[in-house]
Design a protein around this ligand. Sequence first.
Ligand code: SUG
Length: 415
Amino acid sequence: MTLTEINFDGIVGPSHNYAGLSLGNLAATANAGTLSHPRAAALQGLEKMRANRALGLEQGFLLPLPRPKASFLEALGQPDEPALKATAWSASAMWTANAATVSPAPDTADRRCHFTAANLATMAHRSIEWPDTARQLRLAFADPRHFAHHDAIPACYGDEGAANHMRMAASHTAPGIEIFVYGRSGGAFPARQHEQASRAVARLHALPVDRVLFAEQDPAAIAAGAFHNDVVAVANERVLFAHEQAFADPATLFAQIRERLPEAEIVIVPAAAVTLAEAVASYLFNAQLVTLPGDGGMALIVPLEAWSAPKVRIWLEAMLAGNGPIRQVIPVDVRQSMANGGGPACLRLRVVADPATVDPRFLLSDANAATIAAVVARHWPEQIDPTDLGNGALASDVVRARGKLLEALDLDELI
Ligand code: SUG
């Protein structure tokens, strides 16, 4: 068994659009009603995957879900309201950090990697994702000797998956501590992750109680637009990189982490250097913090928006000049996703597993990357105006485009 971290990025679906469905997500709200570019969006995502693979990282992907979601529209009696149509058309499953919470085998009682699909109950357009997501996860990680799957927990407790969950460990393959971050109140904005959801997932995954931490998100972070914890914090192995105002009680959390993982390194960005508003606008923390192969240390893969925000850039350059654990900053262009509030970290679900135990159709290779690029270039709509959602011709184009991709990747069973 060679356990390693594999990032599973969501391929941006052909119905990618800006309908402004997510209250509390400032970018999505600001861009509501503007033209989206599904083809460019999917190609940007694919470029990120290819670049990460070129760094020597294992890379996988998950497929767009069926959209428009016909069963949802049928169940509502074929509504005419634009917001309900947009709900059925959303390509939001591209943000696979919200697909599920994943506890790798070294952490769990039965030494299997556990998945709980996230119910995403707070947002209507996201709440319809999980049955199709769970089906796909069961296909990609099918071997019951290595993987265990749980359906989403009841919708009365909102669960947003890995975006509100951090794992720290001496190395990916060592037993880790799992930190569940929940929200209580965001003032005008909803707290999407409920404490009872976090506790339920920890129980379902049979995590030892002394290696699980529950921490409340700072309500100020939610109020500033950090609708998920991964907008203000990211962890990788022994390193936690977070904004000073990410957690309601940071001193207690950091002490608990250090007690359980003495080698922990906690890198805090003070509000005096980068305010919460600047962190949210630039998505500095919605970065992929990765361990490079060999002796490469850690790299922070940030959105271009973070690299070009003056105060964030000053902080990052000072960090690189110092002697910290993060040795490289790599900016990536995922602007189409960013405009909906989804940075590099939102686009990926981390799984620690032996790649040989994963269905190879979900692992990126030179060959299938070229296949994905060709299908996207040929079949993904160039642009979508949100007022066109519901249009019959566009619906056929979107359904056909996804069908072509499934066919090309030999994944027709997901149709
Ligand atoms: O749930 N945006 C997503 C962005 C998810 C980001 N994920 C993480 N932070 N892990 C959301 O708010 C916008 C869709 C729209 O408005 O049409 C949207 O769903």
